[in-house]
Design a protein around this ligand. Structure first.
Ligand code: PXP
Length: 251
């Protein structure tokens, strides 16, 4: 099997989390995005949450204006977000489920239950030239629904796997990884572009990069955390190395 190029999207949400802890302008997520691109990111991801807990509306507009690489706008599938996304005109939108009380995105989008709502929603974005991705659980049912909704891209939720690895539950980790591997192959077979993300670190990114169908990883929390110790550029270049090492195993 020929492998496809593997891109890294760097999520800058938590630069804004630190900024908002003090309410001033620093650290600036746009500065982090520019540095990330210089260090080898293929794109920038930012999640405009409904409660604006990290990235805000002005950040999104500034990111779009400042960066030379694709902007991946993560958002809940609401009417308000649709208006903002259409005004921002990002390269891509990744639709995620959102609960106000959660610390981070828990679980994948309910693509089956929300089918009737998502079908025209995705169509509207697509007609405006935005590449739509659905953040879903790695299951055949969710992949089939994504195909019917006519989303060109899915991002497989790697959170459950990464959590199992983190807590040392190896049996669960292997089962979760098998689900992701199976979903990547099945989804690509159905014509979907496959992305993966949530909770990835160097080790898990290396492993998921070995899946030949995966075209993009979106990584935030770990990289911003590592940046405290080694700097953002160094964390990103180590991440790229890990991805390349993983990818070499897919050849
Ligand atoms: N992909 C999606 C769809 C997400 O919602 C998130 C978290 O905002 C990420 C990737 C990045 O996850 P993490 O910050 O755990 O690397």
């Amino acid at each position: 099997m020929t492998t496809i190029p593997l891109r890294l999207g760097v999520n800058v949400d938590h630069v804004a989390t630190v900024r908002n802890a003090r309410g001033g302008p620093r650290p600036d997520p746009v500065r982090a995005a520019l540095l990330a691109i210089e260090a080898g990111a293929d794109g920038i991801t930012a999640h405009l949450r409904e409660d604006r807990r990290h990235i805000n509306d002005a950040d999104m507009a500034r990111l779009k204006a400042a960066i030379s690489k694709p902007l991946n706008f993560e958002m809940a599938a609401t009417e308000q977000m649709l208006d903002i996304a259409l005004a921002t005109a990002p390269h891509a939108v990744c639709l995620v489920p959102e609960k106000r009380t959660e610390r981070t995105t828990e679980g994948g989008l309910d693509v089956i239950g929300q089918y009737d709502y998502l079908l025209p929603y995705v169509d509207q974005l697509s007609r405006e030239g935005v590449r739509v991705s659905l953040f879903i659980e790695p299951s055949r049912e969710a992949l089939d629904a994504a195909v019917s909704i006519k989303a060109p891209v899915v991002e497989l939720h790697t959170g459950a796997w990464c959590h199992a690895v983190e807590v040392g539950d190896l049996g669960r980790a292997e089962a979760e990884f098998a689900r992701i591997a199976e979903a990547a192959a099945y989804g690509a077979g159905r014509g979907l572009e496959i992305h993966a993300g949530h909770g990835l670190d160097y080790e898990t990114a290396r492993r998921v990069s070995a899946l030949p169908q995966v075209a993009e990883l979106n990584i935030g929390h770990f990289l911003i955390g590592e940046a405290i110790f080694v700097g953002l550029a160094s964390a990103i270049s180590r991440m790229r190395q890990a991805m390349e090492q993983g990818r070499a195993l897919a050849l």
